[in-house]
Design a protein around this ligand. Structure first.
Ligand SMILES: [Zn+2]
Length: 345
């Protein structure tokens, strides 16, 4: 099968479009999906730079994918050959203590497609049947590109905003860096809840687009001092919730923006993973700092249900052909996108 593989760590120079052995024939409880579109994530860029833990080369990149069920393993009853499906890239063992408690993204053997396992930028991918969901029928039609763009960021943003931070109607949330898929989805969810959303970007064009998507207030974090502006806007009170997947570059300002008793939720560290924390401020202000990664099966079912109601549609930035996957990654790496960058297979 054709696939986009990484031949070594060290960036997009090591990406190749090549023939590799087909994804394995599905075993009991597995399905093989003929991928029609794969969406890129920042995770893929980390994998290219070399995450801790051995990756075997050539390594097929990509976590998000959508396509058609090509074949099914024994015992699979919930989907059939020919079904249009999208893939939840978080693969659990479905047996450990946390899986049994329904918390699949806490699985002790949690693995992600494209990171620990072969990815989705390929003609075929084999996954547990629990990791596929039928693409809802919607108008305007939900195509493979949009379906591929859905799973990782929507699941991540839903768990962050709804399950972990428990953002409520009429509360105020600050969301950093609105171009990225998680941030954009967090904005959509905040709007759905009826919360007031403050968003930031370094691009005025992206801020204008965010306003169209329901942002109440926008700040350009390149030209404005976000913490000062947020404190002025909230009359020094601060916001109820901060959604921060930027990390080192925004951490101090995130805390400056947080009200007494506020919640900060993080799922990423695109600008660096190490931050400082003055414990006296943490306890004095009764802050809650929440980590979050991906989501469990119930949360995935819920976001798919919401998608079926037309409430959580993805924003596709641009679609590239497989042969141009490197250009797609370069767009993502430069942060030029608004929404998801997708590769058609
Ligand atoms: Zn488990």
């Amino acid at each position: 099968m054709r696939a986009c593989v990484l031949t070594a760590t060290g960036g997009t120079d090591h990406l190749r479009i090549t023939d590799v052995p087909d994804a394995p024939t599905p075993q009991a409880g597995e399905v093989r999906v003929a991928i029609r579109a794969a969406a890129l994530n920042h995770l893929d860029l980390w994998v290219m730079e070399g995450l801790p833990g051995a990756t075997r080369f050539p390594h097929i990149v990509g976590a998000d994918g959508a396509g058609v069920v090509e074949s099914i393993g024994p015992g699979v009853t919930t989907v059939r050959e020919g079904d249009r499906v999208m893939i939840n890239p978080g693969i659990s063992d479905y047996t450990c203590e946390f899986c049994q408690a329904g918390e699949h993204s806490l699985c002790v053997n949690y693995q992600l497609l494209g990171e620990h396992l072969p990815g989705t930028v390929a003609e075929l991918a084999t996954v547990p049947v629990q990791n596929v969901a039928r693409i809802p029928v919607l108008l305007p039609v939900l195509g493979f590109a949009e379906a591929a763009a859905f799973s990782l960021v929507t699941l991540t943003a839903w768990r962050m905003v709804v399950t972990r931070a428990q953002l409520k109607k009429d509360e105020t949330v600050l969301i950093w860096g609105i171009g990225g898929g998680v941030s954009l989805t967090a904005l959509r969810i905040a709007t759905l809840i009826g919360a007031r959303a403050i968003v930031t970007s370094s691009s005025d064009a992206k801020l204008a687009a965010a306003k169209e998507l329901g942002a109440d207030v926008t700040f350009n974090h390149r030209t404005q001092e976000v913490a000062k502006e947020v404190r002025a806007l909230t009359r020094k009170r601060g916001v109820d919730v901060v959604v921060d997947d930027v990390g080192a570059a925004t951490w101090d300002d995130s805390l400056r923006c947080l009200r007494r008793g506020g919640r900060l939720v993080t799922c990423g560290a695109t600008s660096g993973p190490h931050v400082s924390l003055d414990l006296r401020r943490l306890f004095w202000h009764h802050w809650t700092i929440l980590g979050s990664t991906m989501g469990n099966a119930a949360e995935y079912a819920e976001v798919v249900r919401r998608l079926g109601q037309g409430e959580l549609r993805s924003t596709v930035d641009r679609v590239f052909q497989l042969e141009r996957t490197r250009d797609a990654f370069e767009r993502l790496g430069k942060g030029e996108q608004l929404g998801k960058v997708v590769v058609e297979i």
